[in-house]
Design a binder for this molecule. Structure first.
Ligand code: ADP
Ligand code: MG
Length: 226
């Protein structure tokens, strides 16, 4: 099938413009998009800001996902450009996690369990004219909401500690802002942070340099007072 112009690439997928309304997200490995497609449709129905799911075109494979084309920078781009400050960025991530965790889970009957994103960081939020929209639901599952908060904090801590990362200092400030903004959202239990570390360390896309600072990153999240 004809994929159109490449709009963006993350660690696992390439995103192409199909037309003005729709994009095709294509995994570079043979991952199946069905789990994230189901969760995104469920969240859309609640009004949570995710791209709408579109019709699969002829010839689409299991690693292809058609969704609403969003216009605007990623939160990471806006932070780097200075059009968004760290305090507002931290509040935005905390607010999106809070909004997600206010919704009923799709599968679980456990009252403590919520839908989790588990990769909610500035490269997976796009700032559109209608507000921030959360993309990249490849890690979504159901579980303890504290683990989602732990994961967002852990990722920022890890980036802030990775040698040679250009915006490391700014990301450290963003981590502080996020921890402050999440202060009223319930504690991050030790098991939540340990779960986030375990999941992150099993991420096949992590570089050796990112692996090396994972323990220090968890200690940094701890030091902020969970
Ligand atoms: N719905 C969309 N509309 C426009 N651009 C998008 C959309 N979804 C993703 N992108 C672009 O593609 C990039 C990679 O998408 P993402 O889903 O985060 O892939 P990965 O899993 O590889 O990180 C994003 O940073 C963004 O620039
Ligand atoms: Mg991504």
């Amino acid at each position: 099938m004809d994929t159109g112009q490449l709009l963006g690439s993350g660690r696992s997928a390439d995103v192409y413009a199909l037309d003005d309304s729709w994009v095709l997200r294509r995994y570079r490995d043979d991952a199946d998009t069905t789990p994230e497609l189901v969760v995104m449709s469920y969240l859309s129905a609640f009004g949570f800001p995710v791209p709408r799911i579109g019709p699969a075109p002829q010839g689409a494979g299991p690693g292809d996902l058609v969704m609403q084309r969003l216009t605007g920078p990623t939160m990471a781009e806006a932070l780097t450009a200075g059009s968004l400050d760290a305090r507002r960025g931290g509040e935005m991530i905390a607010g999106l996690l809070r909004e997600l965790h206010a919704l009923p889970p799709r599968l679980s009957l456990d009252p403590e369990v919520r839908i989790l994103h588990l990769d909610l960081h500035p490269e997976n939020v796009m700032l559109t004219g209608h507000g921030p929209v959360v993309i990249d639901w490849s890690n979504t599952t159901e579980g303890s909401p504290g683990m989602d908060r732990a994961m967002s904090a852990l990722i920022l801590a890890q980036v802030s500690l990775t040698p040679g990362f250009p915006a490391a200092e700014g990301v450290g400030i963003l981590l502080t802002a996020l921890m402050n903004a999440m202060a009223g959202d319930g504690a991050i239990a030790e098991a939540d942070l340990a779960g986030a570390v375990a999941l992150r360390s099993s991420d096949p896309y992590l570089s050796p340099a990112e692996h090396a600072v994972l323990g220090e990153a968890a200690a940094l999240v701890d030091a902020h007072g969970r």
